[in-house]
Design a protein around this ligand. Structure first.
Ligand code: AMP
Ligand code: MN
Ligand code: MN
Ligand code: MN
Length: 288
């Protein structure tokens, strides 16, 4: 079988904070020549399920594209919001459905807390606006609040919304509801999937702390880490590849595409994985 050559194992749809519907995302994947795709919405697989159904009903249109199931779980580790991608999860398994339900409840409760905290600081109540922007009450996330704050004239753009109100350590960064890294790994493995640490370069932590996280992730059964991204320098990926080897993790390729409003994260445009590490889709036969 020919190897996959344009793999993208991390992107979002309207089932979480992405701008494209699953149908539109699939079309973009075809246009970009992506041949192995995982839709990894935050804390649910609804986008994946819809995409799967669309592909099944129009098989001939999608002969060049293989879809692997995915999710991006929000977790809490030493006070930080850490994201774990689950690939090849059985999305209709009891383990997965339970995880999805728990995260949905956490997300809805969190949205109310975020809104209340912003109000307490004297900002307008944007709960309803944020809720209406999300495709469902459980899909709601901080980007919906960011957009609502922009629309209300509180901030001028996403950067300001996150830097002042929603980003790490700010008043709207509510994360107490999330499970531990170990719990999320257990959900993923319980659903027959492969656990992947998402965007390790994005966490604002020291090298020592990142190594602690990788050690704990690996010891808890985590199998891979994302190392190849869009607009990334070669030395940045080589550094992550060294960490992957050190902690015996396979490597993943991830655009983290959310929509064309963030053109720097373009679907199918992440760097190719460097040599010396094992691509996660090869090691675990994803899509085969
Ligand atoms: P949530 O899932 O509700 O915790 O929201 C996290 C999401 O917010 C991330 O997945 C990103 O899509 C988005 N995000 C986080 N930080 C920023 C930022 N500084 N600027 C724009 N979007 C961000
Ligand atoms: Mn997101
Ligand atoms: Mn993420
Ligand atoms: Mn993501």
């Amino acid at each position: 079988m020919a190897p996959f050559d344009n793999v993208d194992l991390h992107c979002h749809t309207t089932a979480s904070d992405g701008r494209l519907s699953p149908a539109a995302l699939l079309q973009l994947a075809l246009d970009r020549g992506v041949d192995l795709l995982a839709i990894t919405d935050h804390d649910n697989a609804e986008g994946h399920r819809q995409a799967r159904a669309i592909m099944a009903s129009r098989a001939e249109d999608f002969s060049s594209l293989t879809l692997v199931s995915g999710v991006e779980f929000s977790t809490l580790w030493r006070g930080l919001n850490i994201h774990l991608v689950g690939l090849g999860v059985e999305v209709n398994s009891e383990a997965f459905l339970e995880a999805e339900q728990q995260q949905a409840a956490a997300r809805s409760a969190r949205a109310k807390t975020i809104a209340a905290r912003l109000c307490k600081k004297g900002l307008p109540d944007v709960y309803q606006a944020a809720l209406e922007m999300a495709s469902s009450p459980t899909a709601i996330g901080r980007p919906h609040f960011a957009q609502a704050l922009i629309d209300a004239g509180v901030v001028k753009d996403f950067d300001e919304a996150f830097n002042k109100w929603l980003g790490s350590g700010k008043i709207g960064d509510v994360k107490v509801m999330w499970p531990t890294v170990t719990e999320a790994i257990n959900w993923i493995k319980g659903a027959g999937g492969v656990a992947v640490l998402a965007h390790p370069h994005k966490y604002k932590m020291s090298r020592t702390k990142l190594c602690d996280l990788l050690a704990e992730f690996s010891a808890a059964g985590g199998e891979a880490m994302e190392i190849a991204f869009c607009q990334q320098r070669g030395d940045e990926q080589r550094d992550l590849a060294r960490l992957a080897r050190q902690f015996e993790l396979a490597a993943s390729r991830a655009s983290d595409y959310h929509g064309d409003h963030m053109p720097w994260n373009a679907l199918g445009k992440a760097n190719q994985i460097v040599t010396g590490v094992t691509p996660v889709w090869e090691k675990y036969s994803l899509g085969r």
